[in-house]
Ligand binder design. Structure first.
Ligand code: BEZ
Ligand code: FE
Length: 305
């Protein structure tokens, strides 16, 4: 056995006062520098949190059981850990520090678990509501760069819940497949438009550990009403975002902290019967004009602190 000297000996045995240093000193030298850096920070904060809270053994066991049950909830179609990250605001934070875009660019928000790649491609003007429920809505706008130049050929991928507050993938056999999903391509002037229904607030999946955690923290599981978008074009940073209705009762208390001021749109009622008819709608309808402003990939920065 090698004899320990100086600071090696100091950090060889457990010492509550320097517990994080003891653990971090055990890392090898031939490891990924980034992993070493991140793990040292995690260990420092974890030990500091345990100390600050004066955690009891029962509380630590309860935390371990919570994490165990969270893992047990996960499957190919359910990711309870991402949901946990969402309700703790970490998904939004990680996204924010990785997409610091020039002023005036469209901001990102949370992706959520209900994005499905490969939705049907539609021509501009298509109606993506296949179940006929809800208040008709037309969404129109342009995709531009930060200088206002059109971005033709940009992909505008949209998805939303139906009027009962569920995504098609949550109601297989109840809703038509691909209900309220579609992929559009902008025209030569960067324009896009489609018909859908006005979104409603809905609950995130709350039948698992995350739902129980929210309830025990006196929090509700509702998301402010929104439409999801993923907007892509070569050379530009992909925008993963929503637009929110301004009149939703949960706008200021979204369960996953997804609302940003710049993403609240103006939804206007369409009063003119001729405009309603021209759009192919038969009931009172809504319109929203919304432009997406993309930033070039090289203009996007990470925030370090
Ligand atoms: C969503 O908007 O689809 C969503 C986002 C985060 C968690 C659950 C759902
Ligand atoms: Fe959603």
């Amino acid at each position: 056995m090698t004899e320990l000297v100086g600071s090696e000996r100091d950090l060889a045995f457990f010492d509550a006062a320097r517990s994080a240093d003891v653990v971090n000193a055990r890392m090898g030298s031939d490891i990924s520098p980034r992993l070493g850096e991140v793990m040292a920070i995690v260990v420092n904060h974890l030990h500091a949190a345990v100390k600050e809270a004066g955690l009891t053994s029962e509380e630590w066991m309860a935390a371990i059981e919570f994490l165990t049950r969270t893992g047990q909830m996960c499957s190919d179609w359910r990711q309870e850990f991402i949901l946990l990250s969402d309700v703790l605001g970490v998904s939004m934070l990680v996204d924010a520090i990785n997409h610091y875009r020039p002023e005036g660019s469209t901001e990102n928000t949370v992706l959520g678990p209900f994005y499905v790649p490969g939705a049907p491609c539609y021509d501009n003007g298509a109606n993506i509501c296949l179940d006929g429920k809800g208040e008709p809505l037309v969404v129109r706008g342009r995709v531009t760069d930060i200088e206002g130049n059109p971005v033709p050929g940009a992909i505008v991928d949209v998805w939303a819940t139906n009027d009962d507050g569920f995504y098609d993938v949550q109601q297989k056999g109840i809703q038509p497949d691909h209900n309220l999903r579609g992929v559009l391509t902008t025209g030569s002037g960067g324009e896009y438009w489609f018909r859908t229904v006005k979104p409603r607030f809905y609950s995130i999946p709350d039948d698992g550990t995350v739902g129980k955690l929210l309830a025990s923290l006196g929090r509700h599981p509702y998301r402010a009403a929104h439409l999801h978008f993923m907007v892509k074009a070569p050379g530009y940073d992909t925008v993963v975002t929503h637009i929110f209705t301004p009149d939703c009762p949960f706008l200021s208390e979204d369960a996953v902290f997804g609302v940003k001021n710049s993403l609240i749109a103006e939804f206007r009622p369409i009063d003119d019967p001729i405009e309603i008819e021209t759009l192919g709608f038969t009931s009172p309808s809504w319109k929203v004009d919304w432009d997406f402003v993309l930033s070039r990939t090289e203009d996007v920065r990470r925030i370090d602190n």
